[in-house]
Design a protein around this ligand. Sequence first.
Ligand SMILES: [Zn+2]
Length: 322
Amino acid sequence: MKFHLILSVFICAVTFPLLSWSADPARTADIAVRDLTKSDFPRWKELAPNVYAYADLLTSAGTTLTTVSLIVVTSDGVVIVDGQNTVVQGEAMVRNIKKITSQPIKYMVIASDHGDHVNANPAFKAAYPDIVFISSPVSQKVLSRIDFRSEASKSGTLPTEVVSDKRTLSLGGTDIQILNLGRGHTGGDLIVYLPKSKVLFLGELYLRYVFPAMVSAYPSEWVALLKKVQTMDVSWFVPGHGFIGDSEEVMKVGLDDALEATEHVISEAKRLYAKGLTCEVETNCPAMKEANWESYSDWTLYSSQAPRALARVYKEIEGKLP
Ligand SMILES: [Zn+2]
């Protein structure tokens, strides 16, 4: 008996880490690897009373991953942070919020101005005509650009209020801090912190086991920003892409890993640059052949994002970022 117990403990101790290492289901954002299907989405998780992380799907370069929104319900209205990729997904989000509360959506904070986080916005405006869209000054400019203006202004979803530094929305006794801590993933990044529940929504500044997507990033500033948020008093770090169903501790580890991944991309780009290898644009990037991505090549969207990231860090090295 005793021997069997010791033996089984030994076997668990030896094989379990090996199994979890080789399968590594935690270190991916690909829903298929976690045995989830499209019919499992959208899904949401109540992180703290009246605070929900909401995930719906995005298919990019043949891989399906999640896009995450934050929903904060108060007795004086709802605040959402980031939307989804399509108007249909926005309509579903409105229906699902109505299942949680009868309160209207009063504010939407645009943490990332990328399409997969703002394309759903006309659905929120249609359901709640008085909704106020808030972004950084940079994102307001981006969303007002000629190529976007017709759709966004027609649908009335252009941000009318901006946060350059910090703003606190106080609704029904809940404080919702909107923070502009600098540039990272988009250049117009905002984050949202709830001091009572200590939930921090990082949006696309936190890509959970998604290869660092840098097409419009400021790589070194992104690293500095993540180091700053690591010092904040946070229980839940909420990503813009990736799974939301794990524990507080695991979500924190994911952030640490995301920071390390970003640092690795930068140091690898610097090494390749110093060797004289070029990477003009993602489609003309001989440096890719010599790059050592370690286990980050297992991360979701690696093939599409790695050359883009390399090209972007090269621009930063050469002082050519916009
Ligand atoms: Zn995105």
